[in-house]
Design a protein around this ligand. Sequence first.
Ligand SMILES: C=C(N)C(=O)O
Length: 126
Amino acid sequence: MKRIISTDDAPAAVGAYSQATATDDLVFTAGQIPMTPEGDLLDDAPIADQTEQALTNVESVLTEAGCGMGDVLKVTVFLDDIDDFEAMNDTYAEFFEAEPPARSALEVANLPKGVGVEIEAVATTD
Ligand SMILES: C=C(N)C(=O)O
């Protein structure tokens, strides 16, 4: 059965989507952008800080869904500039120290709100 995940510990959706949806054993987060739960945008911050906020939001949404970063199966990282890959990756690695999930990272033409990175995850609650 489909569940809608909603938490005040991550920013509210900036469009027509849920923070995450879940089945009995899988969680799909929306793409998380570098925005604080209070709605402050980190669009001018270094990519390391933007990555940290986006992943912190992913973590908060997963916690609400009943799992955590160790349960993540797949991550997709969207970058505004692929030259930010190394800086993103260094911060990313701090969130996934052991047995990191599968991941795709790609540059896209534009991201919502002019941010530098957006990150989504699929996790298991099994
Ligand atoms: C930020 C998003 N996840 C969106 O606009 O879909």
